[in-house]
Design a binder for this molecule. Structure first.
Ligand code: HXC
Length: 255
């Protein structure tokens, strides 16, 4: 386990993303590890709920920009990184995100992909991909449009500005906001309450609720990722990601 630290608290599996020096930027290997850990927890009968968390400063600051900065649209298509993300939706047990600090880009999408979200007061949620000349690729446009409606989703996605935990709470993206130091404990506590419930009923309820949200989510995700790959053909995406790494303001030119 290069990027995760994992322990059990009674029936609750706690998976912590521990790439703190890069604010838990989600490189391909990290996401593979995370998804494998989720699937392992899903098959172990003594585990009844799963908590996914990050560090104090960042739940996850998004996809690893360094890993994408020089990639072409074809590289991205061949990388097929979202195949791993799709497997998150296949996890049957309750998955609770305990979000402290930044949940940006892919980090926000990871939180949205979890079933429940406990946010600390310091949490910041956002989809800043537009500032890199990109757009979300791991479900952000689909989840936000479904959950917030068109206007609020577009504002978040177009401006790329983060929102606070309280704002995310008001929008219905998180279940509760708690003090920073209580965040993981609160998520584990919720996991323990769920662990007392009948697992098969929980599983069927999850399946039904996702079906209710999923008129054609798979189609939407497919469309989103093709658009995401397409943006790697733009100069603006190159400029946006390079500017981030060079710590300067990007100059976008519309091509
Ligand atoms: C690679 C990252 C990173 C990222 C931070 N780092 N986020 N590296 N990819 N997404 C690195 C920085 O380069 C830096 O490395 C170190 O982590 C600490 O970050 P700082 O920027 O110095 O911290 P701070 O000034 O506190 O700013 C925090 C921040 C900022 C506001 C969260 O790091 C930021 O804006 N990050 C990028 C957020 C983003 O655009 N995410 C979307 C990515 S695209 P060094 O070596 O300098 O110390 C995306 C597409 C989704 O997610 C596709 C699906 C997966």
């Amino acid at each position: 386990m290069a990027y995760l630290s994992i322990h059990d608290d009674g029936p609750v599996r706690v998976i912590r993303i521990a790439r703190d020096e890069r604010l838990n930027a989600l490189n391909l290997a990290l996401v593979d590890e995370l998804v494998a850990a989720l699937e392992a927890a899903d098959t172990e009968t003594q585990v009844r709920a799963i908590v996914v968390t990050g560090g104090d400063k960042a739940f996850a600051a998004g996809a690893d920009i360094a890993e994408m900065a020089d990639a072409t649209a074809v590289d991205m298509k061949l990388r097929d990184q979202f195949r791993a993300w799709d497997r998150i939706r296949g996890v049957h047990k309750p998955v609770i995100a305990a979000v402290r600090g930044f949940a940006l880009g892919g980090g926000c999408e990871l939180a949205l992909a979890c079933d429940l979200v406990i946010a600390s007061e310091s949490a910041k949620f956002g989809q800043p991909e537009v500032k890199l000349g990109l757009m979300p690729g791991a479900g952000g446009t689909q989840w936000l449009a479904r959950r917030l409606g068109k206007a609020r989703a577009l504002e978040l996605l177009w401006l790329g500005e983060p929102i606070t935990a309280q704002e995310a709470m008001a929008l219905g993206l998180v279940n509760r906001v708690v003090p920073d130091e209580a965040c993981v404990a609160e998520a584990v506590e919720l996991g323990k309450r769920l662990a007392e419930m009948p697992p098969v009923a929980l599983r069927c309820i999850k399946e039904a609720v996702y079906q209710a949200m999923d008129t054609a989510l798979a189609d939407g995700l497919e469309a989103e990722r093709n658009l995401f790959y397409l943006l790697f053909a733009t100069e603006d995406a190159r400029e946006g990601m390079r500017a981030f790494m060079e710590r300067r303001t990007p100059a976008f030119r519309g091509r």
